[in-house]
Design a protein around this ligand. Structure first.
Ligand code: ATP
Length: 351
């Protein structure tokens, strides 16, 4: 197999600090398999080029086999109207990355706020292109009222539900229960009754899997009280945004929460966290979420190209990070004593 071209968004804040060691880990794990294409974007790019998502970067992302992104934006650098820049959301829309994949796993030994978490290993699939983000940046604000619009289309809802069922199918082959839970608010909003109807329609094609429903407020409770009960859940954009941070909290913090935004033709792999300006430049950011996101990229490339070496490398990398986290070989946010470079070296040592 040849080399994969990877668009690399080093980003703002702690972004470059966690991306550098991640690329080094990938180069050591899979020598000569990657070509990195640097893509400026975010606050630094805005100050430098006057745009937070230069056309050349978006083009490079479109051409690449996969996209690795750390974190973009800086609360101190804003557009003239006062809003923060979120080019990662623009990339999701431009490349139609409708399935936001947010794994929530608590490996033994990981410092988590839960006293007795049990075997937590579920995946939250967040629809990432519509929902309540439909009017993002275009909401109506008048003197005495404000409005945003939630939009769900049959096409995208069906695609994201199908994605969740296919994921549950793949996970079932690895010993998971084969269950998909639709998280919605169908008891109050007609749009979510529509979501449920589409979900149920897709479920018919997967009779060997279990399909069920939960209201989002109940799910927020159950993710804390019975986190080991879930396999795959699928939900609307804003609900997913909130629940994925709850998932990160269950794992012990944002420093360890990976994610992928996947469409039919492209995929971005990026940690759940932002650019953490409060700790940027100190070399103490946890690289685990970034490295685990890179492992998801290896797995995705392996599956997409039938490249067993990538699949195997993804599994080895995840296992190495898990082993480090379980043994406390990590950064201060998770109770460890290593700096960013030290935490990445610990992963390499495990490999
Ligand atoms: P955004 O809105 O851009 O997603 P946010 O407001 O959620 O960002 P983050 O930048 O993710 O905020 O940071 C939230 C908190 O988590 C901060 O205190 C930050 O220092 C911490 N944090 C985030 N990522 C990491 C990391 N990789 N290692 C250690 N701490 C982190």
């Amino acid at each position: 197999m040849g080399k994969y071209s990877i668009a690399v968004f080093r980003g703002d804040g702690i972004g470059p600090e966690i991306m550098g060691p991640t690329l080094r880990v990938l180069e050591r794990l899979c020598p000569d398999r990657f070509e990195w294409v640097d893509c400026p974007a975010g606050a630094a790019a805005y100050l430098d080029q006057g745009t937070d998502l230069p056309a050349a970067s978006l083009d490079a992302a479109r051409q690449a086999d996969a996209i690795l992104l750390s974190c973009l934006g800086d609360p101190a650098v804003r557009f003239p109207d006062g809003t923060e820049m979120t080019p990662q959301i623009d990339i999701r829309i431009a490349l139609d990355l409708y399935a936001g994949v947010r794994p929530v796993r608590i490996v033994p030994g990981l410092r988590t706020p839960l006293a007795d978490p049990g075997a937590v290993d579920f995946v939250l699939v967040r629809e990432s292109t519509e929902g309540l983000f439909h009017t993002q940046g275009k909401g109506l604000v008048e003197a005495d009222h404000a409005e945003e619009t939630l939009r769900l289309t049959r096409k995208t809802t069906e695609k994201v539900c199908r994605f969740a069922f296919r994921l549950a199918e793949q996970r079932r082959a690895k010993g998971h229960p084969g269950r998909v839970t639709s998280v919605d608010k169908a008891n109050v909003f007609r749009a979510f009754a529509f979501w449920r109807e589409v979900f149920d329609g897709v479920a018919v094609d997967y009779p060997h899997l279990t399909a069920d429903h939960a209201y989002v407020d109940a799910m927020a409770l159950w993710m804390v009280t019975k986190p080991a009960a879930w396999d795959v859940m699928v939900t609307e954009n804003m609900f997913g945004d909130i629940l994925s941070d709850l998932g990160a909290g269950l794992m012990g913090g944002l420093g360890v929460a990976p994610s992928a935004d996947i469409g039919d033709d492209h995929a971005v792999f990026q940690p759940c966290h932002g650019s953490a300006p409060d700790i940027a430049g100190r070399g103490i950011a946890n690289p685990a979420a970034m490295i685990l996101s890179a492992a998801m990229m290896l797995d995705w490339l392996g599956e997409r190209h039938g490249d067993a070496a990538m699949t195997e490398a993804g599994a080895r990398l995840t296992a190495a990070v898990d082993a480090c986290l379980g043994a406390g070989e990590t950064t201060g946010d998770l109770g460890g004593s290593l700096d960013t470079e030290g935490a990445a070296e610990a992963v390499l040592a495990r490999l």
